[in-house]
Design a protein around this ligand. Structure first.
Ligand code: SAM
Ligand code: SF4
Length: 329
């Protein structure tokens, strides 16, 4: 699939549920209203949609949410998608998780062909962890990370950089992650969804986080890319890799290879734009995939050139009304 700007779309992120067992302050309000279950695609429908994208050339699939591992029966989806790894059509099946259920599922995930997991972890301080996630338990997530490692999965740690919350802890988190052989990626807060607070308070530009890190560490720019929007450096003192995802201060749209599917079958061609395509209707219209494939092609032809996120005191509204938990980041 090639979009109007010549970019090949080969990466699909699929949110399999909008529900979550955490309530991270930058992601959801505490009293979040979730979608009615009837609007959510069945696991069979999700499999059919993913398989349609794979037949159109998607070779990398990331399962996300909400929290993907709280969706009942989600292991069945991983097992059935595993057939595309076996056939070679898919080169990678991964997930982004908060880690709370990893202790239970890590070895099963590895058995389905998953090789890597991204675990979101913003702090190693149990009290701060509780404050950021509202409902999360740090010890449980750390057990999950141990289980993932024991199952042979590569772990990458995603850290949302938050002013006044974890900004002082970033060097420690990095040394911890690199000490365990994990890559770490810092993410800037994105103005998505109404989280019931002032987000500019916690916005920490990664240019600042990076400048502070360079006072203590040697950051060697690296040309390595993992197919995502992160820019990497190699940290000489730790030997580990550190990524930066800076949607607000750096435009990475020119190399964007991805589209995002929500658990209701809406396809978002850009994380930072409202335009979407309903794939649930064509999916349900006919058991034959022709209508669905035509709808996918039509949507890709509308992929926009880039986003226009902006966060500042004057633009204090969310730039995009839907929360990250719907499109999965
Ligand atoms: N629940 C899983 C998790 O937390 O990893 C998967 C879904 S979560 C929406 C995916 C990623 O988006 C997480 O790394 C999370 O920290 C990040 N995220 C959520 N809301 C965000 C926001 N407003 N700005 C930047 N990153 C955000
Ligand atoms: Fe849940 Fe992930 Fe959003 Fe946190 S960031 S509330 S874990 S979906």
């Amino acid at each position: 699939m090639i979009d109007p700007f010549g970019r090949t779309v080969s990466y699909l992120r699929v949110s399999v549920t909008d529900r979550c067992d955490f309530r991270c302050v930058y992601c959801m309000p505490e009293h979040m209203t979730f979608l009615p279950k009837k609007d959510v695609l069945s696991l069979e429908e999700l499999d059919r949609l993913c398989s349609a994208f794979i037949s159109r050339g998607v070779d990398k699939l990331r399962i996300t949410g909400g929290e993907p591992l709280v969706r009942r029966g989600v292991m069945g989806l991983f097992r059935s998608l595993g057939r595309h790894l076996e056939s070679g059509a898919l080169s990678e099946l991964t997930l982004t998780t908060n880690g709370s259920q990893l202790a239970q599922f890590a070895s099963e995930l590895a058995a389905t062909g998953v090789k890597r997991v991204n675990v979101s972890l913003d702090t190693l301080d149990p009290e701060k962890f509780r404050a950021v996630t509202r409902w999360g338990d740090l010890a449980q997530v750390l057990r999950g990370i141990d289980a993932a490692e024991a199952a042979g999965l590569d772990v990458k740690i995603n850290v949302v950089a938050l002013r006044g919350v974890n900004e002082d802890e970033i060097p420690n988190l990095m040394e911890w992650a690199h000490g365990r052989g994990f890559d770490m990626t810092l993410i800037e807060t994105m103005p998505m969804g109404d989280v019931g607070g002032d987000r500019t308070e916690n916005y920490l530009p990664l240019s600042l986080a990076r400048a502070r890190l360079s006072e203590r560490f040697t950051l060697d720019p690296s040309l390595e890319r993992t197919g995502g929007p992160a820019r990497y450096v190699r940290v000489r003192e730790t030997g580990g890799r550190l990524g930066f995802i800076t949607p607000l201060t750096h435009n990475f749209c020119e190399s964007c290879n991805r589209v995002r599917l929500t658990c209701t079958g809406m396809l978002y061609m850009c994380l930072g734009q409202e335009d979407s395509a309903d794939l649930r209707a064509p999916l349900r219209a006919s058991p034959d995939d022709a209508v669905l494939l035509a709808a996918i092609d039509e949507a890709i032809a509308r992929k926009p050139k880039g986003h226009d996120f902006i966060i500042d005191r004057r633009h204090n509204r969310p730039a995009v009304a839907r929360p990250m938990s719907l499109t999965g980041g």
